[in-house]
Design a protein around this ligand. Structure first.
Ligand code: NAP
Length: 262
């Protein structure tokens, strides 16, 4: 019965609420946009108020129902404020897209410090889990929901010139997806993951700004162009929709054909 209820909810427009973290630029913004176009009431956030304001007005101009707040996902009070805001202003939570990542370190892994490890684990992995835990009771109240983590192709296999410290936390998200899926399925909540390849955003600028480096990457691809944030936004929306109702614990690679697993 609760499954039927959830199905109706996800099929109807303007009846589900989606929190997308780190959603004022790049992949997060594209995910918020794609979910909003499918009718989600979207809650956008990132660390800087000016970026939040800009994203909210951009999405409102596209007739997307959206609210926004600042939220550094590594900060507990910020996460609580984000979740409370969604519940109070949108009436509940159906979807969580956990997209934030930081890379506080470039260089040889052996030179990374205790502080670097704490930060990278807190923001990239722990926050993804803690946010899931925070939204869980609200999804249960709605009869189900969907969680999507944003990992990376580098979670399968470190890519040349990519700082390797960043890659292992992306591998951790693949494991977290599989670990959470059976437990949350009991509450009709699906947990999935996307692993983007090289997507043209500010975050990855070092990988595409130089034509020489970009050309090296293109050699690894079947589709000879870099990915765009919208390429990922659509897949995230699919994973959150009823079209993906039988998919959980899964990671979809969206790489233009970069070979990273069987
Ligand atoms: N681009 C790629 O090629 C690629 C490939 C594989 C995976 N990914 C993954 O995709 C995700 C998004 O990356 P992107 O390329 O879309 O980045 P982006 O275009 O640079 O956007 C990053 C967004 O994250 C926000 N942000 C940064 N740190 C945050 C924090 N601690 N808490 C909350 N928000 C934060 C930024 O806004 P503020 O500055 O206002 O906080 C901004 O909205 C990351 O998880 C990344 O690892 C990207």
């Amino acid at each position: 019965k609760s499954h039927e209820k959830a199905e109706n909810r996800f099929n109807n427009r303007f009846q589900f609420v989606a929190i997308v973290t780190a959603s004022t630029d790049g992949i997060g913004l594209a995910a918020a946009q794609a979910l909003g176009k499918r009718g989600a009431h979207v809650v956008v956030s990132s660390r800087r108020q000016a970026n939040v304001d800009k994203a909210v007005s951009l999405l409102r101009n596209e007739n997307i129902e959206v609210i926004g707040t600042t939220c550094n996902v590594g900060n507990r009070e910020d996460r609580e404020r984000l979740v409370n805001m969604a519940v109070e202003q949108c009436g509940g939570i159906d979807i969580l897209v956990s997209n934030a990542a930081v890379n506080p370190f470039f260089g040889n892994i052996l030179e990374s410090t205790d502080e670097v490890w704490s930060k990278i684990l807190d923001v990239n992995v722990k926050a993804a889990f803690l946010l899931t835990k925070q939204v869980f009771p609200h999804m249960v109240k709605r009869g189900g929901g969907s969680v999507v983590f944003v990992s990376s192709v580098a979670g399968y296999q470190p890519i040349f010139i990519m700082p390797e410290l960043r890659t292992f936390v992306k591998t951790a998200l693949l494991g977290l997806t599989q670990a959470l899926a059976p437990e949350l399925a009991q509450s009709n909540i699906r947990v999935n993951c996307v692993a983007p390849g090289i997507i043209k955003t500010r975050f990855s600028a070092a990988l595409w700004q130089s034509e020489e480096v970009a050309n090296e990457f293109l050699k690894l691809l079947s589709i000879k162009r870099l990915g765009m944030p919208e390429d990922i936004g659509g897949v995230i929306t699919f994973l959150c929709s009823e079209d993906a109702s039988y998919i959980t614990g899964e990671t979809i690679t969206v790489t233009g054909g970069m070979n990273c697993r069987l």
